[in-house]
Design a protein around this ligand. Structure first.
Ligand code: BTN
Length: 333
């Protein structure tokens, strides 16, 4: 049986938000809300305060009733679901106001019977993880922190393609919503003005010949108006680049719809279209002078396209062309 995960958002808070959002032009009395979602009026008040602390603009108080000013930008299942209609996502959405890492939660779910297409979303992460043991800044409500659980019929060798797929989905969603044109630094960094605003951490559980499940974790800096001094030179946000704040809800729906589209295309047609699209939109795919840092060495070279498995080929200074299996890629001067 599929259970809900400890710590996920109370479904009734979700219902409260949906009720306010659906009636955003009306004041709804505390008593009516309490009746509809099945809690006391004082619980409604407590939850309204919680939503306010997350930046949801709720007007009113227990005596007058409550009203939201506009569609709240909180990534709860009830608000996401209608936008995800017809995709593989939406049936199982685990939302947290706060958790350690959505990837860690999704990996545990993968170990259980959680189905393909399940989502884990957090408004805040206390231990967001990046690649190579790094951490991922996961401030409350400024970013999108989402992990997608997939059970693809795929050999582990082809798993890098899933990271590319997620990068393309983010790129297209951001372009659609903001009109900006993000670059993708192989395999998984999305850049605007040369600075990173999104990272992807793909983790999987596999047997030698088949993937059992994959978790694709996506972290997006959306509405940060400034970033900590230590990363300011390397990182940016969509708000900083587009000059205005962005609806996280809208962006997450676009991103998941794109991911669904790319995934279905991949199942139908194989890696060809993904590789071609990556070559089209990433300045790192071909002819870029890069520095590669692996666990054992650092070298420079010129990028020379992708392997069918999604690995990046690099021509070294001595002329040898080699795929990069794992390593950090940066632009070399
Ligand atoms: C990187 O560029 O190093 C990858 C960053 C990935 C961060 C996301 S946020 C959602 C998911 N949960 C995590 O703990 N990490 C990923």
């Amino acid at each position: 049986m599929l259970r809900s995960v400890p710590g996920t958002t109370d479904r009734r808070i979700d219902a409260l938000l949906a009720l306010l959002a659906e009636n955003s032009l009306m004041v709804i009395s505390g008593a009516k809300i309490a009746r509809e979602i099945g809690v006391t009026r004082s619980t409604v008040w407590r939850w309204v305060e919680k939503l306010r602390s997350l930046g949801v603009k709720v007007k009113g108080h227990p005596r007058s009733g409550y009203q939201v000013e506009r569609l709240p930008d909180v990534l709860v299942p009830q608000l996401l679901r209608s936008g995800l209609h017809g995709t593989m996502f939406g049936k199982r959405i685990h939302h947290f106001f706060k958790t350690d890492s959505t990837n860690s939660v999704a990996l545990r779910l993968g170990q259980d019977d959680e189905p393909h297409g399940a989502l884990v979303i957090a408004e805040e992460q206390t231990a967001g993880r990046g690649r190579a043991g790094r951490s991922w800044l996961s401030e409350k409500t400024s970013g999108i922190y989402v992990s997608v659980l997939l059970r693809p019929a795929l050999s582990p060798m082809h798993a890098p393609l899933l990271t590319l797929m997620a990068g393309l989905a983010v790129r297209d969603a951001v372009a659609e919503q903001t009109g900006l044109a993000p670059d993708i630094r192989w395999p998984n960094d999305l850049l605007l003005s040369g600075k990173k605003f999104c990272g992807i951490l793909t983790e999987m559980h596999a047997e030698p010949d088949r993937v059992r499940y994959v978790v694709i974790g996506i972290g997006l800096n959306v509405n940060h108006t400034r970033l900590p001094a230590e990363i300011e030179k390397l990182a940016t946000s969509l708000h900083l680049e587009a000059g205005r704040s962005q609806s996280r809800l809208e962006l997450l729906i676009r991103l998941l719809r794109q991911l669904d589209r790319y995934y279905n295309q991949f199942v139908r047609e194989g890696p060809g279209p993904l590789l071609a699209r990556f070559a089209q939109v990433s300045s790192y795919a071909q002819g870029k002078r890069v520095r590669i840092t692996t666990a054992t060495e650092t070298f420079t070279g010129i990028t020379a396209g992708l392997e069918p498995s999604g690995l990046l080929r690099v021509t070294r200074e001595d002329g040898r062309v080699e795929p990069v299996i794992a390593g950090d890629v940066t632009e070399a001067d």
